[in-house]
Every structure is written in C-alpha cells, then in structure tokens.
Design a protein around this ligand. Sequence first.
Ligand code: CA
Length: 229
Amino acid sequence: MKKILVLEDEANIRSFVVINLRRSGYEPIEAETGAMALEKLKVNPDICLALLDVMLPDIDGFEVCRRIRASGSKMGIIMLTAKSQEIDKVTGLMTGADDYVTKPFSPAELTARVDALIRRLGVDEDERSTAEISSGPFVLNTRNRTLEKNGQRLKLTQIEYLLMKLFMENPGKALSREEILTAVWGGDFSGELKTVDVNIRRLRIKIESDATEPEYLTTVWGYGYKWGY
Ligand code: CA
C-alpha cells in the first residue's frame, strides 16, 4: 500500500482525510505539527506523497515542503490551503509543491488529486529510468529492445534479448540454469534446463568473437552462466 503523509493540525480535518485515503487504498501516516511530519518522513522513507496543511502551530507547511525538497526528495506534494491564502504563493511553486487543494474540499476531490499525482509520478519514474544498460562494448536498449556491440546492431530473438537483459542487469553474478529458465521463460514454463544451454549457445555465436572461447558470457561449471570478463 502506498504511504501518504497527512500533515494537518486540526484533528477533525485530519481524520476526515485519513478515512478517505484509507477508503481509496492508501496508507495514511498522520502528523499534527511540522516537526512531527519531518520526523515521520525520516522514519518512513517510502512515503510517496505528502499532503501538507499550511497553517500549523510550529513551522508552516511551505517550510516543511521546502525542507522535503531540500533533502532531494521527489515525492509528490499537495498543499492543503485555506481560501484566504494567496494561491499565487502556492502555485508559484516556489516551495516545490506539485499541486494544491483549497479547503473545504470533498473526499472525491482530494482522492482524485492524489490519484492523479501518484499516476503522474509513476509515469515520470518510468521515463526517467535508464533505457540503456552498458557493459564493455555492449549497449542494451530496454525501450526498443535492441543490442549493439561496438555501435553495431545485433539481431536478437526475443528470448536472446531477455537473456542479455538478465545477464547485463546482473554483471559478475553466477546465475544458475534454473534461475535463468525461470527469469526468461517464466515460472510456469515446464521446459528443460537444456533449453537454456541451447539458447546460450546461439546467443554466444551472435555476441562473442569466438563462441567456443566465450569472453563475455562465461560458463560456471556445474552451475550455470555468468556475465563478466
Ligand atoms: Ca491548520
């Protein structure tokens, strides 16, 4: 369950928010003061989104937001603002907030904003994640599922591509044939371990200068295979 920090000093608003987040399948982490919020963030590094009230008894919500961003966190932040507060200040994003909701808000409005931001963060995460894995002369592109050696595109089958991805993601690690079979062909594949050997042999012909003396995809005798040289 995704953890969401709820920083709100007014108990009735806080419990209203908490109940509605729970109903939507989130795990709310409550905080009454700015200091408590920062403490909860430290203890729960997996919080993915924070709802921050602005007017608090100690430091204000903008300051909490600034400190979250100063720590390098890219978590989603939604400010809970009162109508009287300057929206300019909030939308100016000087503090690094992603969105704001004006009080009073309906449960549907709040959860819609939370869901939307979580989705956006998820998409950004995928786009940011590296699409290329490099190892020696090889570059594997996980977006268009291609492999290059010294800048030359090698033609791989989908199985060979998955094998390359598995090895390049685990450099230097001896992978057993069972592990390889499960990772590439799937857990419910009732194939033989020989299938692994057959495909590795074919893959070596494509990627190695001399498939009989593999330099990159080496054999770990009696166990499996390893990427590394
Ligand atoms: Ca308040």
